[in-house]
Design a protein around this ligand. Structure first.
Ligand code: FES
Ligand SMILES: [Fe+2]
Length: 370
């Protein structure tokens, strides 16, 4: 599937997917290896490792990775595993003033870049095995105020990977935004249920009757597929109706992006909410969300701007809790004998594209045109 026709509201035909792909442990393993370990993944806000010698332990997807700011300001990332006998090397995030990490088991010492600097009883080892020893590196880049990591050497750089999504996001100048709010939750559902739930709008009049249905013009969403990613723009009252004719879609509508496989941006021109879904087993997902705020718009006091942002973030929390209630209820019937195929209509075209991509990578019979 290639980038689709720009003019069509719903560019893809209906499709379906076998619901067993959401519960099967074998499929879950294939997704870890073929999807997550072969994608760029958004790990944490850059501000969490802002200064030299700040480091953070990222633990998702059964992995533990140290992300550290080096003295020259660059980042390094490496697997948090001692190369002597496999201990978890660094125990908690923080600041490493000495620039040395000491393994808690037998005292191997590593530097900020994960290179072995000292081994007790060195003469008793096969010394050739210790030469140039280091914890296996993980690729790391920064974009849009976040640190991204990648376990695959063969993927292109982050910007090439994000492609159209980066081109879209560039408009917002996210490096000038603050990560002002945070929220996370554990959901009783497969991670794909969570991605699906946030990538279509026509549940709005039902799930979000009280919160969004009067504001978001969900029926006018325009979908865009740019494999493996996708996005949509959605008119919204109070913004679209006030925008000058011919304004850029990012200035006049909510724009909503999926950076494949698991990061979503829901953007207003001046602020946004963004979240990542981390699978933690076939039936459990960690949902990690941030509120980002741009510079105070002209004509608004800082105080008013802060109040508006608090209000918007509280609204997001309310909307997200409506979504998570439905998502958790899926978990209560995930193993029901009544589970069959899931049907995606044309308004759910981003789900069709997402599952086709998962299917292509895991080769296990996913979304099919019906
Ligand atoms: S496992 Fe780290 S020093 Fe032995
Ligand atoms: Fe929703």
């Amino acid at each position: 599937m290639a980038t689709t026709d720009e003019t069509e509201q719903y560019p893809l035909p209906p499709s379906s997917v076998d619901s067993r792909l959401y519960t099967d442990p074998g499929q879950f393993e294939r997704e870890l290896h073929e999807v997550f370990f072969k994608s760029w993944l958004r790990a944490c806000p850059s501000e969490d490792v802002r200064n030299p010698r700040d480091y953070l332990i990222w633990e998702q997807l059964q992995q533990s990775v140290v992300i550290a700011r080096q003295d020259d300001g660059s980042l390094t990332a490496w697997h948090n595993v001692c190369q002597h006998r496999g201990a978890r090397l660094v125990e908690e995030s923080g600041k490493c003033s000495s620039a040395r990490f000491v393994c808690p088991w037998h005292g191997f010492i590593y530097d900020l870049g994960g290179n072995l600097r000292f081994a007790p009883l060195k003469q008793e080892f096969d010394e050739s095995r210790l030469k140039n020893m280091r914890t296996p590196p993980v690729r790391v880049e920064e974009y849009g105020g976040f640190v991204w990591i990648c376990f695959d050497e063969s993927l292109p750089d982050l910007r090439s990977y994000l492609a159209d999504i980066a081109t879209e996001l560039d408009w917002f100048n996210l490096e000038g935004f603050d990560v002002r709010y945070r929220f996370d939750a554990v959901l009783d559902a497969n991670w794909k249920v969570v991605v699906d739930a946030f990538n279509e709008t026509w549940h709005v009049p039902f799930t979000h009757q009280e919160t969004l249905s009067e504001v978001v013009q969900w029926g006018k969403a325009h979908l865009r597929i740019c494999d493996p990613h996708s996005w949509m723009s959605i008119p919204v009252r109070g913004l679209t109706d006030r925008a000058p004719a011919g304004a850029d879609h990012r200035a006049s509508e909510i724009t909503h992006y999926l950076a494949f496989p698991n990061t979503i941006y829901s953007n207003f021109p001046t602020h946004l909410q963004t979240w990542t879904m981390w699978p933690d087993g076939p039936g459990k997902t960690r949902f990690v969300a941030y509120g980002m705020v741009g510079p105070c718009p002209a004509g608004l006091s800082e105080e008013k701007w802060a109040q508006q942002n608090d209000r918007d973030w509280n609204n997001f929390r309310a909307v997200a809790s409506e979504d998570t209630r439905i998502i958790n209820s899926w978990g209560q019937v995930a193993h029901s004998l009544g589970q069959r195929d899931y049907l995606f209509n044309r308004a759910e075209g981003r789900l069709t594209a997402f599952h086709a991509e998962i299917d292509r990578r895991t080769r296990s019979g996913g979304a099919t045109a019906s």
